[in-house]
Write a protein that binds this ligand. Structure first.
Ligand SMILES: [Zn+2]
Length: 506
């Protein structure tokens, strides 16, 4: 039994949610833990059951070094073989055991564990329970199943690793409802066709989960996918589609291939076109007018850039310390994406952000000079940074940053030297747990599917969840424009450009 090669990243993510995090206790708990997954033929042969089991394995195998799969029936046994192979592709050192004290039971007739999280779904609804089995449906809608997998992974995490979080309880989440309930009868009867020009901007942790859901959805049409980076080993900590064989592949091409492979297997009729470049490059390649844009990017600046390109409709998804969520935007009659990211106070400069993240806010002048010159940090500064961050000087030296920005980007944001410790973490260095990113991705994909099914909201709505807790009864609220009138959606040039471009806009 061994922890995954990207374990350090998982420990950083855990440190950011567990109060009073202790690295050695966390590692010991993980190494001594086996997590179960049980299911019977009914779940194994239903479309939603298959999706729920697939995503649950994709989430659990990234963190826990030992899994116990317990199928009942011939179809379930056959699926268990495929899921075992998937788990080993995600963590080649993963151990497959027979026993586990704590586990997930999917659908009815699944064998319970000593301590069981039951999971099930009904089309757009995901459910978890601690008291009794949850059935799984057989619709082609994957969103409830995907949400249930994330809720179950969250409950297992709290049971085994985070005693400081709320105890798991029964909960459900609708991926369809807005601030007001939406009935399945409200959805279009005909084919759910994507808007003619649809783009997913960002194929990272959130983008991959959105891709997982889109590839399994009953949608037709074409989605463009833009991302300029390749998959690296640290990404495997939370990128649900990636296995160790995928390290180095361009993120956009990888995601597009996943969707196109599903279409080749006749799972859906969606096709995907990759752009292995950033949003500016994708617009240069594929045009500047977009009917629908999904912002699955990792910075406020990148989100504003998606909104500033004036898509007719946009949705956004995020993870940050304390919550995750998605928002569905009406540019003229509600908050735009940029409204949600207007600085509350004076925005901080890069030198302040970098100095704080490196633990040397008092040396901001020196940091500013180094950022400006692009020169490597001198040895005495490296020693100070190591001491302030509480890491071994060798860790920082071995890493041998080419510049102070490199140290910040790769060492802190990329997790190469960030210490394992508890305490406040700035959003810029946030590393989400796999189930946090995955749920954000499933929710944004559901927003696109809902739009394709003909649901047009009168304004903007924001859905917020704290995945450490059970879902609230009303996670979605309307969101008005920023009251200060500073946003691009309140700028007359942007508004007139938008109105001209989309003269019949909703
Ligand atoms: Zn705005």
């Amino acid at each position: 039994m061994a922890l995954a090669p990207y374990y350090d990243k998982a420990a950083i993510a855990a440190a950011q949610v567990i109060a009073g995090f202790d690295p050695s206790t966390f590692q010991r708990s993980l190494e001594g833990t086996s997590v179960g997954l049980s299911f019977a033929d009914q779940a194994a042969t239903s479309r939603e059951g298959g999706a729920l089991l697939d995503l649950t394995v994709r989430l659990l195998a990234r963190l826990y070094p030992t899994l116990a799969l317990r199928p009942s029936g011939p179809a379930a046994s056959k699926l268990a073989e495929e899921l075992s192979a998937l788990a080993r592709a995600i963590n080649p050192q993963l151990d497959l055991a027979d026993e586990a004290d704590v586990g997930v039971a999917v659908g009815i007739d699944a064998t319970p564990w000593t301590q069981t999280i039951y999971a099930g779904s009904d089309a757009w609804q995901g459910r978890v329970s601690v008291t009794g089995p949850c059935p799984v449906g057989d619709t082609p809608i994957p969103f409830g199943a995907g949400a249930a997998a994330c809720l179950a992974a969250s409950a297992i995490f709290r049971l085994l690793l985070d005693p400081t979080g709320p105890t798991p309880s029964d909960g459900q989440l609708s991926c369809l409802d807005g601030a007001a309930p939406i009935l399945e009868a409200d959805l279009a009867d005909e084919e759910w066709c994507l808007p003619s020009r649809t783009v997913l901007v960002g194929a990272g942790a959130i983008g991959q989960a959105a891709t997982w859901a889109l590839a399994r959805s009953p949608l037709t049409g074409t989605v463009h996918i833009a991302d300029h980076e390749p998959i690296d080993v640290g990404n495997l900590q939370r990128y649900v589609l990636s296995t160790t064989a995928d390290i180095g592949k361009p993120k956009a091409t990888f995601a597009a291939e996943h969707i196109n492979a599903a279409a080749a297997e006749d799972t859906n009729r969606l096709s995907a076109i990759p752009h292995d470049t950033d949003w500016v490059g994708a617009r240069a390649d594929a045009g500047t007018e977009w009917e629908a844009a999904l912002a699955a990017v990792d910075s406020a600046a990148a989100r504003r850039a998606v909104q500033a390109s004036l898509p007719r409709w946009a949705a956004n998804a995020w993870t940050q310390p304390g919550d995750l969520g998605t928002s569905d935007h009406n540019f003229l009659r509600g908050a735009c994406i940029a409204c949600l990211y207007l600085p509350a106070g004076r925005s901080r400069n890069e030198d302040e952000l970098v100095a704080e993240a490196l633990g040397v806010p008092d040396l901001v002048h020196e940091i500013r000079t180094l950022l400006y010159q692009g020169t490597p940090p001198p040895p005495d500064l490296l020693a100070t940074i190591a001491a302030r961050l509480g890491v071994d000087l060798e860790t920082v030296k071995q890493f041998d940053p080419r510049s102070i920005r490199d140290l910040y980007v790769r060492g802190i944001c990329g997790g190469a030297v960030l210490p394992l410790r508890s305490g406040a973490v700035h959003a810029e260095v946030h590393v989400p747990l796999a189930h946090q990113s995955a749920l954000a991705g499933i929710l944004i994909a559901a927003r696109l599917a809902r739009r394709a099914a003909g649901i047009v909201l009168p304004g903007t709505e924001v859905t917020r969840l704290d995945v450490r807790s059970h879902p609230p009864a009303r996670p979605t609220q309307p969101a008005a424009k920023d009251p200060r009138g500073l946003c691009l959606c309140q700028d007359k040039d942007y508004v007139s450009a938008f109105s001209q471009q989309w003269s019949s806009a909703d």
